[in-house]
Write a protein that binds this ligand. Sequence first.
Ligand code: BV8
Length: 239
Amino acid sequence: MLDKALIQKLRESKSIVVFTGAGISAESGVPTFRDAQTGLWANFKAEELATRAAFRKNPKMVWEWYAMRRAMILDVKPNAGHYAIAEMEKRRDVLLVTQNVDSLHSVAGSKSVLELHGNIFRTKCFMNNEIIDSWSDEEIPPRCPNCGSHLRPDVVWFGEDLSDGAISKTEEAIDRCDIFITIGTSGLVYPAAELPFYARKAGAFTIEINTEPTPFSDYASCSLRGKSGEILPQFLSAM
Ligand code: BV8
């Protein structure tokens, strides 16, 4: 159960920034980044596969890793945590900033979603980053119909910059918000991992929801240990 002070904070809130990581999709059955890889990719860490170098070295293996993840995500549904955040948008001014590439927040009905690390269901040309909607499946990975280069998922790989303005747009929203909620992220990937600390410095009331402690836990105004799918519906009732 939430304590009275926290319920009061949520009740009085006007503007909220919600920041999510892979943990919010765990209860939908999507393995988190910390979970071990399986199958053909069992000997690789996600950080080793999600890079330009890995794609250049073995485009087929990396393309098929994303194809397997897309297929797995298409088989799952958003969970109570995703739906609670989507519902919050109808009761408060909410900006949802996610590190996830699985689209589950949008499927759950969230409208104001900022995808810091792209989206696994969008595909682009490896050479010029142009989004490509259709291609022939003769080859794996498929070729760009315009220039013949390989196609790749439109996600931000390690070593690649986030899209222009994503972080500054988030910081502008944080400067205006009274509550910042960070959910299901180990806080190990930068620059996204700096956002909760930015919110603390900006004077927001910072709430963490995670099943384990993280580098931010000791700095949060309130750090809740538990599952986001169980805690977020309680937040919604307080609003
Ligand atoms: C950048 C898309 C500037 C791809 C992702 C050396 C060279 C180059 C860069 C670096 C370098 N060293 C460091 C860097 C920076 C690097 C970085 O941070 N590396 C880390 C490994 C140290 N960052 C970058 O490269 C970024 N770009 O810096 O550009 C630059 C440019 C050139 C040169 C230098 C700098 C780009 C980073 C983006 C990478 N792309 N995703 C794909 O998906 O395939 S990151 C990916 O991993 C996710 O998007 C997510 O962001 C991250 C995983 O983190 P989490 O979401 O936190 O998930 P995780 O599994 O870790 O944790 C889950 C948590 O949930 C756990 O705490 C668990 O306890 C909790 N949980 C589980 N179940 C529940 C739960 N909580 C609540 N309820 C539950 N039920």
